[in-house]
Design a protein around this ligand. Structure first.
Ligand code: NAP
Ligand code: ZN
Ligand code: ZN
Length: 349
């Protein structure tokens, strides 16, 4: 087995700290990757603190991974040593169910294997994520990092990027469509950039007046302070699509009022506690209320290539792994512009 170093937590209230663990040996289909950068997703925090009630400890979060291939198995054809590659939220799936057959591995009917928090298929125990020195992943779940994308800033594309790209594409965001993104955090700032790049009229909803200028710089045509009814009101019945990236439970009713008849509200934010839903706006305008999980492997590659063509990456603050607990506290205060990216060289410090 391969010995790895990383950062783990051992309970919902314990800070992350150095941790040594094993990964499986490189199998015939496997790629071993030296992790260079790992983005810090709010899901990492939900998971580390067991807010979704399935965490097994010790827990190593991290699913926005970019790195360099250091070894490949005998049957690996897609990658070679030295390639820059990415790994997102998935490291395996059943590959035979109807979802997998359609390239929707994230909806695998048998349950996809998550980069962290699932069961390691070869050596057992939990899968450990990207806050670590290296990872071993089947070549089918490894992404190619296009040339030209700065790696530290491209890492968040592997979760935040695809989580917004997939619903934007699925619900047809593009020219002539008015698209709202709620929350300017890691996911939300990718949503603003991607909706703008897809040609939609892009509107950011934020609770933070201090983010208005950035929202426009990142690609929003309009920015609305969502707590101000006077700013919300003129947009009544005008949106084709609104995507909610908020990490905490909040009232959706004001947003339902802004959708056109038959329009769609998509939940990608995954708060610990249930959301209150007032159903009348849904009824009276035949609205669609939906959810969306990351994206499949092929679509993730498509998104990376789209981002390379449009020169889109995340706005990142690069941190050493030793600052991860502080980063979590800052993320909870919406004090990050707009994604932390961990420089894994700091593990050796
Ligand atoms: P983040 O960087 O912390 O951003 C969340 C943003 O939500 C904040 O920046 C803030 O934006 C807004 N917000 C926070 N608390 C709020 C509150 N109480 N009321 C209203 N707005 C609030 O988090 P993230 O990494 O983007 O992740 C967001 C959520 O998506 C998390 O729950 C995460 O687990 C989930 N997620 C889901 C998927 C999926 O596949 N569906 C994938 C990845 C992550 P403003 O300051 O602009 O208001
Ligand atoms: Zn994530
Ligand atoms: Zn499947």
């Amino acid at each position: 087995m391969l010995v790895c170093t990383g950062f783990a937590t051992t309970s919902p209230t314990t800070p992350l700290s150095p941790f040594t663990f094993n990964r499986r040996d490189v199998g015939a289909q496997d790629v071993q990757i030296e992790i260079l950068y790992c983005g810090v997703c709010h899901s990492d925090l939900h998971f580390a603190r067991n807010e979704w009630h399935y965490t097994v400890y010790p827990a190593v979060p991290g699913h926005e991974i970019v790195g360099r291939v250091t070894s490949v198995g005998a049957d690996v054809s897609k990658y070679k040593v030295g390639d820059h590659v990415g790994v997102g939220c998935l490291v395996d799936s059943c590959r035979t169910c109807s979802a997998c057959a359609e390239g929707l591995e994230q909806y695998c009917e048998k349950g996809a294997t998550g980069t962290y928090g699932s069961t390691e298929p070869v050596i057992g125990g939990p899968t450990f994520g990207g806050y670590s020195s290296s990872i071993v992943v089947d070549q089918s779940f490894v992404l190619r990092m296009p040339e030209g994308l700065e790696l530290a800033a491209a890492a968040p594309l592997l979760c935040a990027g695809i989580t917004l790209y997939s619903p934007l594409k699925h619900w047809g965001a593009g020219p002539g469509k008015k698209v709202g993104i709620i929350g300017l955090g890691g996911l939300g700032h990718m949503g603003v950039k991607l909706a703008h790049a897809l040609g939609a009229h892009t509107v950011l909803f934020t609770t933070s007046p201090g983010k208005v200028t950035d929202g426009k710089r990142l690609g929003a045509d309009e920015v609305i302070i969502s707590k101000d009814p006077e700013q919300m009101k003129p947009h009544g019945g005008s949106f084709d699509l609104i995507i909610d990236t908020v990490s905490a439970s909040h009232d959706l009713s004001p947003y339902f009022m802004l959708l056109k008849r038959d329009a769609t509200m998509v939940q990608v934010g995954a708060p610990e506690h249930p959301l209150p839903i007032a159903v009348f706006p849904l009824i009276m305008k035949r609205l669609n209320f939906s959810g969306s999980a990351i994206g499949g492997i092929a679509e993730t590659q498509e998104m990376l290539d789209f981002c390379a063509a449009k020169n889109i990456t995340a706005d990142v603050e690069i941190i050493p792994i030793q600052k991860i607990n502080e980063a979590y506290e800052r993320m909870l205060k919406s004090d990050v512009k707009y994604r932390f990216s961990i420089d894994m060289a700091s593990l050796k410090a």
